[in-house]
Design a protein around this ligand. Structure first.
Ligand SMILES: CC(C)(COP(=O)(O)OP(=O)(O)OC[C@H]1O[C@@H](n2cnc3c(N)ncnc32)[C@H](O)[C@@H]1OP(=O)(O)O)[C@@H](O)C(=O)NCCC(=O)NCCS
Length: 195
């Protein structure tokens, strides 16, 4: 998979990405904004495990953000189980030397479109730690809507903090489906109801 996002490319992970993955991922300033399942320190073994996993995934939902041909970050979406199966959680990070150039915004925009076009999703969401205003800004620039503050939902680095829930929905699909549902409904339609 390869998406041209202008300032960067979103593409499949390659074995040759290992050096640059470990170089950028091994950073406390990235770890502090991600789940604890993202390791710190981030070792070569962690990188090897990650690339192996991502390359084998079917369907592929985890990608490298590539700048100048080298992995500069990561983006992935994770379809949820059971009744949440048409929702996916999105996650991303960009290596610190690349911050502030619009790379996360370009990658998130590209992967959001890709996920909606290639998967049967109606909702993509992210939960952002309360201090991560840069990530909130990225989501807002990509059309994600701030839906809620989830109070005391996160334990990170020994602190209990709030997170902020952002989501984007595939409005045109949702609209069409609710139209079909209302046509099929046994209940009287608004125009058929008496005053
Ligand atoms: C959050 C992150 C992905 C942003 O990547 P990036 O490539 O620098 O993002 P962009 O350049 O596309 O956009 C960043 C925006 O945030 C703004 N921003 C940066 N730091 C900010 C801060 N402290 N407060 C408010 N806004 C901030 C920038 O000005 C920019 O907005 P603008 O275009 O309106 O000026 C990157 O910092 C990162 O990887 N952080 C660690 C991991 C992480 O937080 N992942 C997301 C978890 S939800």
């Amino acid at each position: 998979m390869r998406l041209d996002a202008g300032i960067c490319t979103v593409r499949s992970w390659r074995t040759s990405d290992l050096g640059s993955l470990v170089n950028h991922a091994n950073n406390r300033n990235i770890w502090i904004n991600l789940r604890d399942s993202f390791p710190y320190p981030y070792t070569r073994a962690d990188g090897e495990r990650w690339i192996k996993y991502a390359k084998r995934q079917i369907p592929e939902t985890n990608f490298a953000i590539s700048v100048g041909g080298r992995a500069a970050g990561a983006v992935g979406f994770h379809p949820q189980p059971d009744v949440h199966r048409r929702s996916a959680e999105i996650g991303y990070w960009v290596g610190e030397p690349f911050w502030g150039r619009g790379i996360a915004t370009a990658a998130l925009r590209a992967i959001t479109n890709y996920a909606f076009e290639n998967h049967d999703l109606c909702r993509i969401y992210a939960t952002v730690f309360e201090w991560n205003t840069a990530s909130m800004r990225v989501l807002e620039k990509c059309g994600y809507v701030r839906e809620a503050v989830l109070q005391q939902s996160i334990v990170k680095d020994g602190r209990v903090i709030d997170s902020v829930l952002y989501a984007i929905v595939r409005k045109e699909v949702a609209g069409r489906e609710s139209q079909v549902a209302s046509q099929d409904s046994d209940f009287p339609q608004p125009e058929a109801r008496g005053s």
